[in-house]
Design a binder for this molecule. Structure first.
Ligand code: PMP
Length: 339
């Protein structure tokens, strides 16, 4: 038996929800009825309703997109002109800065304090000083795993005259409430969600933006007309039909495995393990490239970084206990060399 490579570098789920009997049956039933010769519904109205029910808002407040990545891109395309300022805390998800730079924006970074603690006062001050066109808050944050309570996000929304994007791609792993209800009070809030992580549909490319209807309508103007294909819509609908079952299956073992990972590594000399509200953990090691190689030799692929503020940091996706045990064994052994 050939062992599969262990790919834990992209925060993917280890579970194939299309293998769950209920989801599979639902998916295949939908598939049998698909009209492949028709274009997709441009606003994926059925899916929109299902997603709205899932996050408790109105369907008109949802835009279903080709992954959360498309929502990020649409937000910037809609609100950014060359020379405008985009504000991010850093380190965070690269794509905000990359997409903004492509559009000719000036990207301003507010660095975390030591230990990747985000500094809310500094970010709030930067918003007040610059009133950037768009501010991105990744919550929980990729790659550090840290999370801000809803109340901190609210202070940022109070300060911002313009758009504040809260990327909740990993929210389901945090156990914390979404900031979506703040939309009622703050019309400048856009929330990004995805089915790629907790629902394990990364390959289907389904994400969504949540905002007030006028904002969603504006984002919809610049998207490709048929941005979400019918196969992906069908898979996402099946997932939403069984959302509770899927989350009950996928989340608890991931959180347990994350706890085992933290417990196993917290007292290993030379390793710094950062707390995480997500399905990944950031670890600082003595020698990043050497640790990547040691893991690679054990057929394990993790995420490493070029950025100076993430020097010698690895981001490890938490999947199953089995994988955690293997990763822990390699990392513990390698870390001993620096004792
Ligand atoms: N936001 C964050 C913070 C992410 O980590 C990711 C996935 N890497 C995304 C958004 C986009 O995910 P997707 O396009 O698969 O929905």
């Amino acid at each position: 038996e050939i062992q599969e490579h262990t790919i834990i570098n992209a925060n993917e789920s280890p579970y194939n929800i299309l293998d769950f009997p209920s989801v599979r049956e639902d998916f295949l039933k939908g598939l049998a009825e698909l009209k492949s010769y028709r274009y997709p519904d441009p606003f994926a109205e059925d899916l929109r309703k299902a997603l709205a029910e899932y996050v408790q808002c109105r369907p008109g407040q949802i835009l279903a997109t080709n992954g959360g990545d498309e929502t990020i891109s649409l937000i910037l395309n809609t609100f950014i002109n060359p020379g405008d300022t985009v504000l991010v805390h850093t380190p965070t998800f690269d794509i905000y800065g990359i997409d903004a730079t492509v559009l000719g924006a000036r990207v301003v970074h507010v660095p975390d304090d030591d230990g990747y603690c985000r500094n809310a006062e500094k970010l709030q001050q930067a918003i007040a000083d610059m009133q950037p066109k768009v501010t991105f808050v990744c919550n929980p944050n990729n790659p550090t795993g840290s999370i801000w309570p809803v109340s901190v996000i609210e202070t940022l929304l109070q300060t911002a005259d313009n758009i504040v994007v809260v990327d909740e791609a990993y929210l389901e792993f945090s156990g914390q409430d979404s900031v979506i209800p703040l939309m009622e009070t703050y019309d400048n809030l856009i929330v990004i969600r995805t089915l790629s992580k907790a629902f394990g549909l990364a390959g289907c490319r389904v994400g969504y933006g949540v905002a007030q209807k006028e904002v969603i309508d504006a984002l919809g103007l610049t998207k490709l007309v048929y941005n979400l294909n019918i196969l992906s819509q069908n898979a996402a609908l099946a997932a939403m039909d069984y959302a509770d079952e899927i989350l009950a299956h996928n989340i608890p073992p991931t959180l347990a495995a994350r706890q085992h990972f933290m417990d196993a590594l917290k007292d290993v000399p030379n390793l710094t393990v950062y707390p995480s509200a997500t399905n990944f953990v950031l670890v600082r090691v003595p020698d990043g490239p050497a640790m990547v190689k040691a893991l690679h030799d054990a057929d394990i692929c993790v995420r490493s970084y070029k950025a100076a503020d993430l020097k010698n940091c690895l981001r490890i996706t938490i999947t199953t206990d089995d994988v955690v045990r293997r990763v822990v064994a390699v990392m513990t052994e390698e870390a001993k060399k620096y004792a």
